[in-house]
Design a protein around this ligand. Sequence first.
Ligand code: NAD
Ligand code: MG
Length: 378
Amino acid sequence: MRKITILGSTGSIGKQTLEVIREQKNIEIVALTANQNIELLEQQIHEFNPKCVVVMDEKKAMTLQKKMGHKTEVLWGMDGLITVSTLSEIDLVVTAIVGMIGLRPTIAAIKSGKDIALANKETLVTAGAIIMDLVKKHNVRLLPVDSEHSAIFQCLNGEQTSAVESIILTASGGPFRGYTKKRLEEVTLEQALKHPNWSMGAKITIDSSTLVNKGLEVIEAKWLFDLRREQIQVVVHPQSIVHSMVEFIDGSIIAQMGLPDMKLPIQYALAYPERVINPYPRLKLGDIGTLTFEEPDLQVFRGLALAFDALREGGSMPIVYNAANESAVDMFLKQEIKYKDIVTIIDQAMTKHNVTICKDETDVIEIESWTRNIVRNR
Ligand code: NAD
Ligand code: MG
């Protein structure tokens, strides 16, 4: 029996993780966490009987504890997240929380020897070097949940790292594929929140439309698979059937395919190294008909180009790329800025930043605060 904590169980990945667990009877939920949606958390408590849950707000946690009685312990805040990520009885943490808030609990989990099923890409983007060192030191598994990285992980099964020439991340291109710079300027919040292929949380949906999501995934891949910047390619594939590919030194390319359904990579991470049967719809290539591929337009989608710049600069620059984007997307969702401002804000923050090397999470959080300040005061 695998015993797990899910950070962010009320979000898109969190809910789909619970769907997977409903099918796979050999996983026990020890802890769940939520930010705002306490009502859904309550339903999850009734169904899965976790030993503990975490709510970010102290008052809401108190109210929930009164309702739950002694059956489930209700913790709160960052301390709560760290506690449930390091419980002695768990062996894996699913990081389905959104944003850099996932950093400290993930690091704490690795330090206590827990395997990680990583959905929270912002963590690896901002602290890749620190996390990969800790993963080695504590001999834990970092299992990708992001569909592209799960695809690459599957393509690399049984291969030597030295045999890898490059990886090819696929991108759907988002709702604004083919747009000109000019047309992109008029995009509304409503349009940006409609992704053609995937149903996801609001932040990653906006990130997918700007291609910043692909930028974050480029940086995520660098750390997960120990690659140089030149070894990472992006290709636009609007059907989202090929989830990503690996090109080997002999010129052979291996791809992983499937319907766009996050339950598959989630299940793969939870069951790894096994494969397990499931009742989900199957891909029928004859029904799909055509798979197409095209180069991304880096002039129009500057959000992706800036990720490669951040990688080239290295050190603390990816933190600035990520934190400026988190702040900007947050403002865009509140309709405080225009769509086109998101990428301008990232660009400006990166231009103002002098790269340093972060030795631990405190340094990372310091650069994050610096960036948020720069964005706020612009
Ligand atoms: P979401 O917005 O649907 O859910 C986020 C979860 O995090 C919720 O449970 C919420 O309560 C919690 N949360 C949000 N802010 C918090 C805060 N300040 N403190 C504590 N908890 C907080 O997001 P999602 O789409 O499920 O994405 C989660 C992560 O997975 C992101 O890093 C995203 O990039 C990554 N991811 C998502 C998908 C997808 O299909 N949704 C695919 C690949 C990767
Ligand atoms: Mg992805």
